[in-house]
Design a protein around this ligand. Structure first.
Ligand code: HEM
Length: 225
């Protein structure tokens, strides 16, 4: 296993696998969040299920956190290794001739997403952990709100235009990161040329539709409450 991570291709495959896992998470995260636009009741039900189901809480959630941390650390390792491998810089490294602008800037779009995740955890994740694991309140209800509390809490977060702006900006970075990420991940997994074309179009569609969908959710709640 150690040998696998020591080889450049091993690290890239590990990066690609963790990326696909996170893309799958993002898809289900989006599927649940979009419910908040169409049916607050259903959104509440699903959120309560996800928030209290032992399998989700004690198996999937730790795997997800591991996936995020792994992807982040591996991204840094790859960036540093690539920089070192190029100690003697290209004689000419200006522009699209060598590599696309985004591919050279994955680390920056990645850092923007990381900053978003910190904000996002302060907004949603830490309060959840506090309510359930520290206060010991698993009821999913709150005084003054009929039914479950999740929809009410979510809409509150999209009142401030500054926070909504930060979210939207982060989702733009997410789109840029995904656009290059998909191409790179398929490359690392060694997709054949014909299959690659089809996969790349699916990847492009995903990279644009999912972040746009998140932007829609944030703006929808901002302008409807
Ligand atoms: C409008 C957009 C979004 C909304 C409304 C939203 C909402 C939420 C909510 C309510 C939670 C709390 C779940 C819990 O109970 O722990 C959560 C968790 C989380 N979100 Fe988002 N989210 C959005 C976008 C994103 C994006 C774009 C990403 C990734 C780049 C992301 C990553 C996460 C992660 C990693 C968690 C922790 C999951 C867990 O272990 O519970 N979210 N989000």
């Amino acid at each position: 296993m150690g040998g696998f991570f020591k080889s450049s291709i091993g690290r890239k495959v590990a990066m690609a696998l963790s990326a696909f896992f996170l893309m799958f998470f993002l898809l289900q995260h989006f599927a649940i969040n979009i419910l908040s636009v169409f049916s607050p009741e259903l959104f509440n039900e699903v959120s309560h299920f996800m928030g209290t189901n032992p399998l989700v809480q004690f198996a999937l959630q730790p795997v997800l956190i591991f996936g995020v941390v792994f992807h982040f650390i591996m991204g840094f390792v790859l960036e540093i290794k690539n920089k070192n491998a190029r100690k003697i810089a290209y004689v000419k490294n200006n522009g699209a001739a060598n590599s696309s602008w985004m591919s050279r800037n994955m680390i920056y779009s990645g850092l923007a997403i990381l900053a978003f995740i910190v904000l996002h955890f302060i907004d949603f994740w830490f309060p959840e952990i506090n309510t359930k694991y520290i206060q010991g309140d698993w009821s999913g209800t709150i005084e003054g709100v009929e039914g479950f509390r999740y929809y009410e809490e979510l809409t509150h977060k999209f009142v401030s235009p500054i926070r909504v702006g930060a979210y939207v900006l982060a989702f733009v970075f997410l789109a840029l990161h995904l656009l290059h990420g998909f191409t790179a991940a398929f490359q690392s997994m060694g997709a054949s040329t014909i299959r690659k074309k089809r996969l790349q179009s699916i990847g492009k569609a995903y990279s644009i539709i999912i972040p746009l969908g998140f932007i829609f959710i944030a703006l929808y709640h901002h302008f409807n409450h």
